[in-house]
Design a protein around this ligand. Structure first.
Ligand SMILES: Cc1ncc(C[n+]2csc(CCOP(=O)(O)OP(=O)(O)O)c2C)c(N)n1
Ligand SMILES: CC(=O)[C@@H](O)[C@H](O)COP(=O)(O)O
Ligand SMILES: [Mg+2]
Length: 661
């Protein structure tokens, strides 16, 4: 195995015609060609390298046996769909993968009729397949197959089991489940199911082993070598013919054919930034400066948690299959018995943490903000209603960047603002993260939460003064106090830059960081009352989040200052860099400045001063994303959410069009 597989003789662009016209004995050559394309392209753009290298032969076989889009191919999670993209005519655009206005890193309904389901959230494919099979049965559409491809990791998710429960009990509805079993999620897949799959993978013909899938009503084929083109094709043809629910268990190697991925014990290069193809490593390690300013938020959290765990034996960590990505690997190294990886099972993670808290421990559940969406009910009922001391650490909160609408962690504040007794903090820098983690872990009468962005921490931002737990970061001394900027977490930095720019326009500003953003600090309205205009700035949907709550609090306190809420549009925001998307949403220094100048009737300077010029947006905003902040006075806060842009997606297809897909 070479470090980077070298391409065989050029075979021209890959597409379905070429794939289907290739004689079986030449398929391995085509697979090698696709693999080298993946390595070349994904090393340049970044993306899900390991998962896609593992499914080259499998995706080829699927497209030879099934007739997509007539037959429905649903990829669970969607991070392994690059080969599918290449084969369905997107090779030419592949250099634009995950770039603004380029190809999405996941299936995308806008891109191709072959992409039926788009999402980065795991364990949904079998439910889609169940519904598609029901629809086909109801419409008498019996000759179009339904195929779901699901990884062994995604199979640990509760939804997958809810779907199996339905699919296995309906022998009259054919569905082919392709279980892509590489034994790994990021790290090796954990739990009893992983143990069962391991047994099935290694059983020889004579070994006796009960089979969970046949017990549940499925016909089971496998395990089949997922890199043997002929064997794969044969088994898929048999599964297709059977016309009943079938599980095809395929054994694959994550990172197949690329040494840096196959030998990467952490996660087989599951998801990489731009890397050097010869090594699979970033071209140059980022230079840490003396203050540690270039450390990731995740890294700072992971390190502080180790220190906290060393001081407090009751601190336990819980991850839903994302040990390293959430920074918990550091604690797992020091205290392996106090870290639990529960699989891709966010709902279970939350309620299991509730049980740990009932048992006298203080669980820290580290989860990506977007994946907590599916465990809202568990946070509300199982933790908050019981006033249990669980600390949630939401990584990737806010705009995440290159992976498109579903990974953005932008719904947490709006949803979780409604949970009684939940206290939510947003650290603005590494120093505050350390302190707030400790404050959160000290809360023993209910849940607490911290939200961290997908970014590196900048230099720490000094506190000018602290009033009732609220940090004052800036107060204009030479100007009247016209405007209060209330910021959540890392948006303190652009707010400070904006305040300095506004002073150049004769507008005095106070910049406030409440640190604990929800519920609203009772002392905040009185501080804000001294200003004519209040602008709230948060990296979450502006409807119903911190800003809305502050507007409401001011209204309740009878304060007449005008309140403008800056936040993310209630839209599915496409991929791009975090900086560019924040700028597009009006959440950089220039955007904040613009909002204040508009509201105060001043005119923006033609050339921004150095303070606001530092975070210049990359691409220009599209019309659909043009940011129009919600404005209200504290006494008319019902208008806060009325001026939102609409989602940027095309209208939903008609019923007939949907059936035709
Ligand atoms: C609900 C949810 N939680 C967590 C994740 C993060 N995540 C992305 S891929 C992945 C591992 C998936 O493993 P598997 O399905 O076996 O696919 P593989 O990468 O091994 O091909 C995880 C945990 C997710 N996508 N969705
Ligand atoms: C498919 C999925 O959900 C993850 O692989 C995710 O894309 C990783 O995101 P980060 O790169 O931000 O860790
Ligand atoms: Mg896997």
């Amino acid at each position: 195995m070479a470090a980077a597989t070298s391409a065989p003789a050029a075979v021209g662009p890959v597409n379905l015609r070429k794939l289907r016209g290739t004689p079986p004995d030449r398929l391995p050559d085509l697979a090698a060609h696709i693999r080298s394309l993946l390595i070349e392209k994904v090393c340049a753009t970044g993306g899900h390298l390991g998962p896609n290298l593992g499914v080259v032969e499998l995706t080829m076989a699927l497209h030879r046996v099934f007739d997509s889009p007539r037959d429905a191919l649903v990829f669970d999670t969607g991070h392994q769909a690059y080969v599918h993209k290449l084969l369905t005519g997107r090779e030419r655009e592949f250099d634009t993968l995950r770039q603004a206005r380029g190809l999405s890193g996941y299936p995308s309904r806008k891109e191709s009729a072959h992409d039926l389901v788009e999402n980065s959230h795991a364990s949904t494919a079998l439910s889609y397949a169940d519904g598609l099979a029901k629809a086909r049965a109801l419409s008498g559409d019996h000759d179009r197959a339904v195929v779901a491809v699901i990884g062994d990791g995604a199979m640990t998710g509760g939804m997958a089991w809810e779907a199996l429960n339905n699919l296995g009990a309906a022998p009259e509805r054919p569905v082919v489940i392709v279980l892509d079993d590489n034994g790994r999620s990021y790290a090796p897949t954990t739990g009893a199911l992983a143990g069962h799959l391991e047994l099935l993978r290694h059983k020889d013909g004579a070994a006796v082993c009960r089979n969970l899938f046949t017990d549940l009503g499925f016909t089971y084929f496998g395990p089949v070598d997922g890199h043997d083109t002929a064997a794969l094709e044969q088994v898929l043809r048999r599964a297709k013919k059977l016309n009943r629910p079938v599980v095809v268990h395929v054994s694959t190697v994550k990172g197949k054919g690329y040494e840096p991925a196959e030998t990467d014990t952490a996660d087989c290069l599951h998801a990489v930034g731009a890397v050097h193809p010869a090594t699979g490593r970033p071209p140059a390690a980022p230079q840490a400066n003396g203050s540690g300013a270039s450390r990731s938020w995740t890294g700072v959290f992971g390190q502080e948690l180790v220190e906290l765990a060393a001081e407090r034996e009751d601190v336990i960590a819980v991850t839903a299959s994302m040990l390293r990505p959430t920074g918990l690997h550091s604690m797992a190294r020091e205290f392996p018995a106090r870290v639990f990886d529960v699989g891709i099972a966010e709902q279970h993670a939350v309620t299991s943490a509730a049980g740990l808290a009932m048992g006298g421990y203080h669980p820290v559940v580290a989860i990506y903000a977007t994946f907590l969406n599916r465990a809202f009910e568990q946070v509300l009922m199982d933790v908050a209603l019981h006033r249990l001391p669980v600390t949630f650490v939401l990584d990737r909160a806010g705009i995440t960047g290159p992976d498109g609408p579903s990974p953005h962690g932008m719904w947490d504040l709006s949803q979780l603002a409604t949970v009684p007794g939940l206290r939510i903090a947003a650290p603005r820098d590494a120093a505050r993260l350390r302190v707030l983690l400790r404050e959160a872990a000290a809360i023993d009468d209910g849940p607490s939460m911290l939200r961290l962005p997908k970014a590196t921490t900048g230099p720490d931002i000094e506190t000018l003064a602290r009033m009732d737990g609220i940090d004052i970061l800036h107060r204009s001394t030479s100007r009247p106090l016209d405007v209060a900027l209330v910021t959540a977490g890392p948006l303190a930095k652009p707010a400070l830059d904006a305040a300095r720019e506004l002073e150049q326009h004769g507008i005095g500003c106070t910049v406030l960081d409440p640190r604990w953003v929800l519920p609203v600090n009772a002392a905040l309205p009185a501080l804000l009352a001294r200003h004519r205009l209040v602008v709230t700035v948060e990296d979450g949907v502006r409807t119903g989040g911190m800003g809305s709550a502050i507007g409401q609090a001011c209204q309740d306190a009878g304060i007449s200052s005008k309140v403008i809420n800056l936040g993310l549009s209630r839209a599915f925001i496409e991929h791009g860099t975090r900086a560019a998307l924040l700028a597009q949403e009006g959440l950089d220094a220039a955007g904040i400045t613009r909002t204040v100048l508009r509201a105060t009737g001043e005119h923006p300077r033609t050339h921004p001063s150095p303070a606001t010029a530092t975070a210049t947006p990359e691409p220009t905003a599209t019309a659909e994303h043009e940011h129009e902040p919600a404005t209200t006075t504290a006494s008319e806060s019902e208008r806060v959410t009325t001026s939102e842009p609409t989602a940027t997606y095309a209208p939903a297809p008609t019923t007939a069009a949907r059936r035709a897909r």
